[in-house]
Design a protein around this ligand. Structure first.
Ligand SMILES: [Ca+2]
Ligand SMILES: [Ca+2]
Length: 504
């Protein structure tokens, strides 16, 4: 009997994992609403603007959207929230948000929103009331336990003016007091907040901001809080998707996955020193480097659903770190290598047209370059406005633009979900060319990839290739790659950075 129960539990688990992945999106797109598309002429991007661009996003093959914070906030970036149950009036109304959710779902696009709950704004009524109570000496006021107050000063502590109290602020100087996640009252608020967005508004999940700061430098407590958060969210809406920001190394990220949260951003693959950029820069045997990185990831992560990305709103733009101006083909290829890591890959808005930006945060969040006469205002604090590649409208017309390359890449993944969700096996690697086998839900997909800037000729792969048929190719330029089976061997001619997919 006991054995039967264990089997049933195991089967249920397997079934729910398969379920979760078959519902999963594999090409996510991160949007900074303010800089994306303005709909009412005030120069600030808004939700109706995003709705107006859904045809574009659907055409591009993105099947998931992550909106950076949309809740009311005094800052331009809105990571310090003053009302967790509303939409910032700059962006629109709750009705607009519901309309956006519905329009996304009609297109088979999932929508998640940023949930910054490590801290609130110092202008949040909870904090304002708590500080007022402390000034009156009312330490028992219900709001006081919402934050981490102490009579002891120290690092990451800030004074409560007019009292001898201090409060914890991990992101110091930003008016962002840390919430007390130990408090049952705060957890009840978070439950109500998630219920509101998941069920009343209809979003499909959350991007969890700054999870490593929940309990600063305490992975175990963070994982246990995330376990509670994940269980609560999944109970409120089975199948919702959570992705966490744990800006840390591979083994620590793997620990965070033990919480049950679906994904954590794969920071070690991102930015100028990450796996992708290092593979691209490798002086010899780049395909071997890539295999090595993928093996490290697999050893640490097992079957977890990865969330690889090149850059986001906090990092320098990928086109800059990849030196896309001098090597546009390599920049295209970097997006492919990101997707080939497997899982739910994320693209930051504007990266599909090679927008650049680094240094001060606002420079990384420039107005989306639709065309010179259709752009939002730049966010406040921008010190450098520069667009390295042509605008969206121009790139749409150019078959070999970065934009059209990423579009083809997204559609390739859509046609062959095994690329994103299949278990990976390297079946061939000569240093410049590798072949990877992915099997998922009965689909078998072989991907041949040329990592070099030269054409790769007539290699052969002999093992287990019966009945493999050529399916699709993806190339950075006009020369098309080829791969086919002949006399029990795969033959290939791969164009520079070319990719060929065979299926069985
Ligand atoms: Ca507007
Ligand atoms: Ca915290």
């Amino acid at each position: 009997m006991k054995k039967l129960v264990i089997w049933l539990v195991l089967l249920t688990c397997l079934f729910s994992v398969a379920q979760a992945q078959s519902n999963a999106s594999c090409s996510w797109y991160e949007i900074f609403v303010r800089s994306y598309q303005d709909s009412d002429g005030d120069g600030i991007g808004d939700l109706q603007g995003v709705i107006g661009r859904l045809d574009y996003l659907e055409d591009m093959g993105f099947d998931g959207l992550w909106l950076m914070p949309v809740m009311p906030s005094p800052s331009y970036h809105k990571y310090d929230v003053t009302d967790y149950l509303g939409i910032d009036p700059e962006y629109g109304t709750l009705e607009d948000m519901k309309q956006l959710v519905q329009a996304c779902h009609e297109r088979g696009i999932r929508l998640i929103i940023d949930l910054p709950i490590n801290h609130s704004s110092s202008a949040h009524p909870w904090f304002v009331q708590a500080c007022a109570a402390l000034r009156r000496g009312e330490e028992e006021h219900p709001c006081v336990e919402y934050y981490c107050f102490s009579r002891q000063d120290g690092p990451k502590m800030a004074p409560v003016r007019g009292t001898d109290w201090f409060y914890e602020e991990q992101f110091s100087g930003g008016g962002m007091p840390d919430l007390n996640l130990e408090s049952e009252k705060v957890r009840a608020e978070i439950t109500a907040i998630m219920d509101f967005w998941l069920n009343e508004c209809g979003v499909d999940g959350f991007r969890l901001d700054a999870v490593t700061s929940y309990y600063a430098a305490d992975v175990e407590k963070n994982v246990s809080f995330l376990r509670w958060l994940n269980d609560t969210a999944k109970e409120l809406k089975p199948g919702c998707y959570l992705v966490g920001e744990a800006w840390t190394g591979l083994s620590t990220i793997a620990q965070y996955y033990e919480s049950g949260v679906d994904s954590f951003f794969l920071f070690p693959a991102s930015q100028a020193e990450g796996y992708i950029a290092r593979t691209i820069r490798a002086r010899s045997k780049p395909a071997r480097q890539y295999e090595g990185f993928l093996q490290q990831v697999e050893e640490a992560m097992g079957d977890y659903l990865l969330a690889p990305f090149l850059g986001n709103h906090d990092t320098g733009r990928a086109a800059g770190s990849l030196q896309a101006r001098s090597a546009p083909d390599r920049a295209k290829f970097a997006h492919t290598l990101t997707s080939l890591m497997g899982g739910a890959a994320f693209t930051y808005y504007g990266d599909e047209i090679g927008m650049v930006g680094s240094g001060d945060d606002p420079n990384k969040r420039l107005a989306m370059y639709w065309n010179a006469s259709d752009m939002t205002n730049q966010p406040p604090g921008v010190t450098k406005t520069e667009y390295a590649f042509p605008c969206v409208d121009e790139q749409l017309q150019d078959e070999y633009s970065l934009l059209n390359y990423i579009k083809k890449l997204n559609h390739l993944k859509r046609d062959h979900p095994a690329i994103a969700f299949g278990r990976n096996e390297f079946v061939y690697n000569d240093g410049d060319v590798c072949a990877m086998k992915r099997i998922w839900e009965g689909q078998e997909c072989w991907i041949l990839v040329n990592f070099s800037a030269g054409t790769a000729h007539s290699g052969t792969i002999a093992a287990d290739v019966e009945n493999l048929v050529p399916a699709q190719t993806l190339d950075v330029g006009e020369t098309a790659s080829r791969a086919w089976v002949e006399d029990g061997e795969i033959q290939f001619e791969l164009a520079p950075y070319g990719l060929a997919v065979l299926v069985r």
